[in-house]
Design a protein around this ligand. Sequence first.
Ligand SMILES: Nc1ncnc2c1ncn2[C@@H]1O[C@H](COP(=O)(O)OP(=O)(O)O)[C@@H](O)[C@H]1O
Ligand SMILES: [Mg+2]
Length: 266
Amino acid sequence: MLSKKPKNVILVGSGKGGVGKTFLACMTALALARKHPEELVALLDLDVEGPNVLSMIGIERLSRFIQEPLLECKTVDGSLKWLPFVQQNHDNLEVFSIKPYLDFALSGNGSALDRGKVWRELDIRQAVEHLFGSRGSAVAWSRPPVYYVMDTPPGVGVVMKSVLDSARARMLPKLRMMVVSTPKKPSIDKCRPFLGTLASVREIEVVGVVANMVIEAGRPAAPVRKMAEDYGHKFLGSIPETLEIERALDRGEIPMDYAGVVDVVL
Ligand SMILES: Nc1ncnc2c1ncn2[C@@H]1O[C@H](COP(=O)(O)OP(=O)(O)O)[C@@H](O)[C@H]1O
Ligand SMILES: [Mg+2]
């Protein structure tokens, strides 16, 4: 049961996909796990559109999970739950992804796995409620998570609304969101209206905006900084675009050299 309330629920969001939300979410979860070794950090991949937390944080390398995406277990009270994935180097970081959950658990036999099934809004709402809702999580976290980090799909869609509903039902403290954008025009053009919408969502406090994929010589962070200022938010710093970062992420390793940008939520 999720009786103990988490101290901090951190969402990572953006108006656009492919800008580094997952990178930032994984970095935040790792930084929290390092800073609070006694507390459990739960990293939830809620990006139904492009879930990539498991591969980026190195969990898909563990072949057991590729063959067996979810493992069921029985808890002491007899209810069936799903075991979270464990990041091997951090025993206080547990990870769960909505995508295999939708594909495997809700479809009953795993037949929809990786076949690009289009999930109904209702299924997604139900999955978020299962993972995070008022009746206790369907995930058998080893202990009640003190910190949640949630990687969300781009924009304010059904996932975000479901998280808000679940948060209201559990009367959680304010949800804190880090917004990430690249300095490219397509990203700025989608993040501005996203920040505009967030301004009217009482339950979410935007803690700041991170610029990712910055190239000092050619693609400086200025447009992201300006956007943050225009909406009255803090600019949290920038992460360069480098081949080293790209290759590390492809290998399932999270470079922590720029983790200073997430200090605000630690
Ligand atoms: N700072 C960076 N430098 C180089 N490549 C990056 C950087 N940030 C992200 N990437 C690349 O972009 C891809 C998408 O990042 P991701 O965090 O999955 O974005 P999102 O979750 O917003 O879709 C990564 O797999 C990686 O290849
Ligand atoms: Mg992603």
